[in-house]
Design a protein around this ligand. Structure first.
Ligand SMILES: Cc1cc2nc3c(=O)[nH]c(=O)nc-3n(C[C@H](O)[C@H](O)[C@H](O)COP(=O)(O)O)c2cc1C
Length: 280
């Protein structure tokens, strides 16, 4: 039991959501809840190395995540070859943490092992549709989330890197990814060089539902979240001012509406299909 941990949970949730559900300090694992509530993405790392054994241990813990029907359709690629890392970093010049992080990993959705099993057992692969892609991607996302949790538990900091998918075909060729194996996210890993602020999220009134989906008064609720975020962690700059001008109330809504006003990864479906997944 620890009041200190319970306070850490409350403080983090207040910063994140503007409110905290009641926190029972006697809960088992309250220290783990404090760590989860206090999550932040780390993009700056010290020069201290992260040992290969530790990376493997974290991978094993992450791969202990639940897996849909025990199909085990996620893999982790450790990109330890500096030349390969340089290729990825060169593709992403606005993501300096990709070059700087002591360790770089790629989380993979793997529909291959399961698919090929059917050929070896001389059975038709009758479930060749969107669900095969979806299941393997969900497995990979769970492994990614579990890796973050394991890494943060030992004091490491992480930054997932979905922008590797802007260059999915190049990354895939670089890492020799075969048919039905696709990158879901990269991940930078290292010992944190700073403590970034907790990033606020939308209010829990928007994202927790009970018994029926409720988005009543959604515009007002999102506006309230925008105001809370602006008060706590205002955006340092407004995106694409040349195109959209300067907004008086620049919050999450305006930032995301600007971010996705430019087409992103419109070719990703073609890449996934080209890798052998059927998306219908
Ligand atoms: C699947 C996934 C992909 C992400 N991709 C990137 C990325 O390419 N570059 C980056 O700097 N951050 C990336 N992030 C980090 C998010 O920007 C970050 O989680 C979000 O801003 C919320 O901040 P927080 O994690 O500190 O709460 C990614 C996060 C997730 C979960």
């Amino acid at each position: 039991m620890s009041e200190g941990d319970a306070d850490r949970v409350r403080d983090a949730l207040l910063a994140r959501f503007g409110e905290s559900p009641p926190v029972d300090a006697s809960l088992a694992g309250i220290d783990e809840l404090a760590r989860m509530a206090g999550h932040r993405t780390h993009r700056r790392y010290t020069e201290r190395a992260v040992g290969a054994d530790l990376v493997r241990l974290l991978c094993a813990c992450a791969l202990s995540a639940p897996s849909k029907s025990d199909l085990q359709q996620a893999d982790i690629m450790i990109v330890s070859d500096p030349a390969k890392r340089d290729v990825i970093a060169d593709l992403l010049p606005d993501q300096p943490h990709v070059r700087d992080a002591p360790v770089f990993l790629v989380f993979l959705a793997n529909g291959r092992r399961f698919h090929d099993l059917f050929a070896r057992r001389d059975r038709p692969f009758v479930n060749d549709h969107l669900d095969a892609f979806f299941n393997s991607t969900v497995d990979a996302a769970l492994v990614l989330a579990s890796f973050l949790r394991a890494a943060e538990a030992v004091g490491l900091g992480c930054c997932p890197i979905s922008v590797i998918r802007d260059h999915a075909a190049t990354v895939s060729a670089l890492l020799d990814l075969p048919e039905r194996v696709i990158p879901v996210s990269g991940l930078c890993l290292g010992w944190p060089a700073d403590t970034p602020p907790i990033t606020p999220r939308l209010g829990l009134d928007l994202t927790i539902h009970e018994n029926r989906y409720d988005d009543g008064e959604i515009a007002a609720r999102i506006a309230a979240s925008d105001r809370r975020r602006a008060g706590r962690m205002p955006y340092r700059r407004q995106r694409d001012e040349a195109r959209w001008g300067t907004a008086p109330d620049y919050g999450w809504s305006e930032d995301k509406a600007r971010q996705y006003a430019t087409p992103q990864r419109a070719d990703f479906g073609a890449f996934v299909r080209g890798k052998g997944f059927r998306l219908d």
